[in-house]
Write a new protein. Structure first.
Length: 132
């Protein structure tokens, strides 16, 4: 297909994200999408980007919650890293901060975007089949 995961990676990956994992993610999605037109590729690209951003937001959520459990004084975005963090031990101690609320809202928005993109892709594929 026409989607080049290397080109996509340059458009979406941020420092510290693993290009190999992203490429595997793109390949798995493309294997099942069977796109046949530029419009279908655009919808698939939206789906891929929304899905990757959703994965990122879930990682940020996990880090926010873990950070809250280990350092009650606050959260510093610069501290995001691949280091192992302690698991949340007591959910009753979690404070739903504005950062966490915004994260949840963004996750919800991305999930809706993924559903919309997939629906648009399937509609376009259906139209293309009818034309043939």
């Amino acid at each position: 297909d026409g989607l080049d995961s290397g080109v996509l990676a340059k458009q979406i990956l941020i420092k510290g994200e693993n290009i190999r994992i992203f490429n595997d993610y793109v390949v798995k999605i493309c294997e099942n999408a069977h796109v046949s037109s530029k419009i279908e590729e655009d919808f698939l690209k939206k789906y891929i980007f929304s899905g990757w951003k959703l994965r990122r937001m879930r990682e940020i959520e996990k880090n926010l919650l873990n950070k809250q459990q280990t350092e009650p004084k606050g959260y510093d975005f610069a501290s995001l890293s691949d280091q192992k963090q302690k698991r949340i031990r007591n959910l009753s101690k979690i404070e739903i901060t504005d950062e966490i609320k915004q994260n949840y809202l963004e996750q919800d928005r991305l999930e809706k975007q993924m559903v919309k993109s997939l629906r648009q892709l399937r509609e376009e594929q259906s139209l293309n089949k009818q034309k043939k």
